[in-house]
Design a protein around this ligand. Structure first.
Ligand code: AMP
Ligand code: FE
Ligand code: FE
Ligand code: ZN
Length: 269
């Protein structure tokens, strides 16, 4: 028997990933993963699309989502696992997020126009797969137009938090996001804490009502991952792992590069 591995963090064409939910399942099966959670940004559409394929290929599929929240103007991502995908609070929260994204994306396009970079709403809709549309879709068009050479340059120069063409839009708090996940009977897990730079923010966030944190993340250095695994364990929290695979748009993290073990997976499933 091979070791049980469940990748609990990846994105499909329902947000900013390049693989369809069905393709993600096939890819996970080809890598020998036994569990998966598709955690699209601010929507849960992938679960029902992927479930029949997961059953066919004997992949245990855990309902998942990655919700965007704000704390002191910093973007914080929160993973929700084992949520009831029909929960009225969660469905309504996702709808509010889609409205936030529509307004925010228009504001970003307006700021880009001021920099002589013209992208229409139609071009943006066409670049996305019909789910949550976000900055990576805008970046993809900028690359196609030759404005920037890659995703990193697009975020560094224009789209990253606080850069010249960044618009935050309506903000949702961490507290209300955790509440919605709990109302949907899910577990609220702090995503990739490794990426939060300000110590004060880390301190405040670790005092919040999370059920766990994502200690194993993508292909981050082992010492940094272990620091976070220890922080999670010391708090008595659930410690998960996932790759944050996005497909070809972000080729540096492959599916299964970080994973969750069987015991932890069973607590969430
Ligand atoms: P959005 O959901 O529209 O706020 O865009 C956030 C997403 O953009 C993240 O989940 C990543 O997939 C991607 N992203 C954020 N920062 C960067 C960066 N510096 N370089 C490349 N991709 C990024
Ligand atoms: Fe993303
Ligand atoms: Fe994230
Ligand atoms: Zn992610």
């Amino acid at each position: 028997m091979t070791e049980f591995r469940a990748d609990l963090h990846c994105h499909s064409t329902c947000s900013d990933g390049t693989f369809t939910p069905e393709e993600l399942i096939a890819h996970a099966a080809s890598l020998g993963l036994q569990g998966l959670s598709i955690t699209d940004h601010d929507n849960i559409d992938a679960f029902e699309k992927a479930l029949p394929h997961a059953e066919k290929l004997h992949i245990r599929l855990l309902p998942g989502i990655e919700l965007s929240a704000s704390h002191r103007e910093e973007t914080i991502h929160i993973l929700g696992y084992g949520v009831d995908t029909r929960s009225p609070s969660l469905v309504s929260f996702c709808k509010q997020h889609q409205e936030r994204r529509e307004k925010r994306n228009s504001a970003i396009l307006e700021l880009l126009r001021k920099e002589q970079i013209v992208i229409t709403e139609q071009e943006l809709a066409a670049a996305a797969g019909g789910g949550s549309i976000g900055r990576p879709h805008i970046a993809k068009i900028m690359i196609q137009k030759g404005v920037v050479k890659d995703l990193n340059e697009a975020f560094k120069k224009y789209l990253g938090d606080g850069k010249s063409c960044y618009a935050p839009g309506v903000r949702f708090t961490i507290e209300e996001t955790i509440d919605v996940i709990h109302q949907a009977d899910g577990f609220a897990i702090l995503a990739h804490p490794h990426l939060i730079e300000k110590r004060k923010i880390v301190k405040e966030i670790l005092d919040m009502d999370f059920d766990g944190l994502e200690g194993y993340y993508a292909n981050y250095p082992k010492n940094i991952q272990h620091k976070w695994v220890k922080i999670g364990k010391d708090k008595g929290w659930i410690v998960t792992g996932g790759s944050d695979f996005h497909g070809t748009i972000k080729p540096y993290s492959s599916l299964g590069s970080s994973w969750t073990n069987e015991e932890t997976f069973n607590m969430l499933y």
